[in-house]
Design a protein around this ligand. Structure first.
Ligand SMILES: [Fe+2]
Ligand SMILES: [Fe+2]
Length: 204
């Protein structure tokens, strides 16, 4: 190749529908986990924050559903989505501090992945506008979850455990996400999380 122009063909509509179905699934399962957390956490202030957060995540799932419909498709089944893989690798924690630590890691990933996708030269304008909107919400999600992780940990004398769990979840989550990127490269020929958006499978 004589220049830096992308050599990879644009992703097909079918591949995008599959990817957006994975995003939709992650948002919906994220909301499901938050509902379970809200039922365990009896604090009146977090009840308010959880309610707003759950409303955001179900709305995000709906926005992905709408985007899929705009592309002329329907959501496809996601038997092995991000949250399921994470659940298999970690088990679902029962403790409030562990649950908050896990959610912080998941929210950080969502925000980062949406930013990476929006920055890709393969991202179309409509999807970019949606990703930017979602990324704004994800920032608030990380911030309130992080604050309350600290508050709950201090209340329980579990600050050290919170730090250990964050590091452990971060390490395992990142292995799972790397696997997901490999699969994405097989579907699309590249991953939207590849730093410069360049096709990793392109011949040299
Ligand atoms: Fe979300
Ligand atoms: Fe979120």
């Amino acid at each position: 190749m004589s220049n830096q122009a992308p050599t990879q063909a644009k992703p097909t509509t079918e591949a995008l529908i599959k990817l957006f179905s994975y995003y939709r699934d992650a948002e919906m399962r994220g909301a499901t986990l938050l509902i379970k957390m809200m039922q365990r956490d009896k604090n009146p202030q977090t009840q308010v924050l959880f309610s707003r957060h759950i409303a955001d995540e179900t709305r995000h799932a709906w926005l992905w559903t709408q985007r899929i419909r705009q592309l002329g498709g329907f959501p496809v089944e996601v038997p092995d989505g991000y949250q399921r893989r994470l659940g298999k690798a970690l088990g679902i924690p029962m403790d409030v501090v562990d649950l908050f630590a896990l959610t912080v890691i998941v929210e950080e990933r969502a925000a980062r992945r949406y930013r990476e996708h929006a920055a890709s030269p393969y991202c179309d304008a409509e999807t970019r506008a949606l990703l930017d909107e979602l990324t704004n919400d994800e920032k608030w999600h990380i911030s309130w979850m992080d604050d309350w992780l600290t508050k709950h940990a201090i209340e329980r004398g579990a600050e050290e455990r919170a730090r250990t769990q964050l590091a452990r979840y971060r390490r395992i989550e990142s292995e799972i996400f790397e696997e997901f990127k490999d699969e994405e490269r097989r579907w699309l020929g590249f991953s939207f999380s590849d730093a410069d958006g360049s096709p990793v499978l392109a011949a040299g």
